[in-house]
Design a binder for this molecule. Structure first.
Ligand SMILES: Cc1cc2nc3c(=O)[nH]c(=O)nc-3n(C[C@H](O)[C@H](O)[C@H](O)COP(=O)(O)O)c2cc1C
Length: 203
């Protein structure tokens, strides 16, 4: 199976997540094309892939515009195959259920606006890269992190991504992908004309 992973990232954590997914899917014997949504040509032939994962991160309540554009442009082709939306945010690092509801609402807004319904949506806790932010970004993130109960220690970076949870997600997705592939390969799993003839002969 050849799987396309297209990702949007602003500070790099979603690239790390997408690369992890790609490595894992390859280890399971599949082929993967990994595309940064800012570099994805409009002419990408989505129909050439057996499944697609779109991954992006949340900034001020929204995912990357380039990822949104990719998904919207290809929504009809995406609708015909197993697909997943992976949404990376700080809200998912919080212990407060209300923050998780907020993360789900961001993913839902993306889905509604793009008019694409992924087979599965997976919400992932991201990272705080304080050492890479400029002063203003660092200040904003310290406020957001404080509100979500995440670390405000700006002397170091903090990664909240649960890699074993991500591994479980991708294994479950691959199972769905292969089941879908089997169905496509055997479209006439129901009774065939021959079956009917045989049954009536037996009766
Ligand atoms: C300027 C800025 C705004 C952010 N806004 C949100 C937000 O509205 N909600 C949220 O849950 N996380 C927010 N985050 C946290 C990011 O989603 C998190 O850092 C994620 O790991 C970023 O992924 P990336 O490195 O792939 O861009 C924000 C981060 C930054 C730097």
């Amino acid at each position: 199976m050849h799987i396309l992973i297209v990702y949007g990232t602003t500070e790099g954590q979603t690239r790390k997540v997408a690369t992890f997914l790609a490595d894992h899917i390859r280890q399971r014997g599949n082929e993967v094309t990994l595309l940064d949504s800012t570099e994805a040509p409009r002419s990408v032939d989505v129909d050439a892939y057996g499944a697609v994962i779109a991954a992006g991160s949340v900034h001020n309540g929204r995912h990357q515009a380039s990822l949104f554009q990719f998904v919207r442009n290809h929504r009809h082709a995406l609708q015909t195959k197993p697909t997943a939306l992976v949404s990376v945010s700080l809200s998912m690092a919080s212990d407060d259920l209300q923050d998780h509801v907020e993360a789900a609402a961001c993913a839902d807004r993306f889905i509604t606006a793009s008019e694409w319904t992924p087979t599965v949506t997976h919400l992932v806790a991201g990272a705080l890269r304080y050492t890479q932010y400029d002063f203003f970004k660092g200040w904003i993130l310290k406020m957001i992190a404080g509100a979500k109960g995440a670390s405000t220690d700006t002397d170091k970076d903090h990664e909240f991504t649960d890699w074993s949870d991500l591994e479980a997600f991708v294994d479950a997705f691959l199972k769905q992908v292969h089941e879908h592939g089997d169905l496509i390969a055997k479209p006439s799993a129901g009774p065939t004309l021959d079956d009917g003839v045989n049954q009536s002969q037996q009766a």
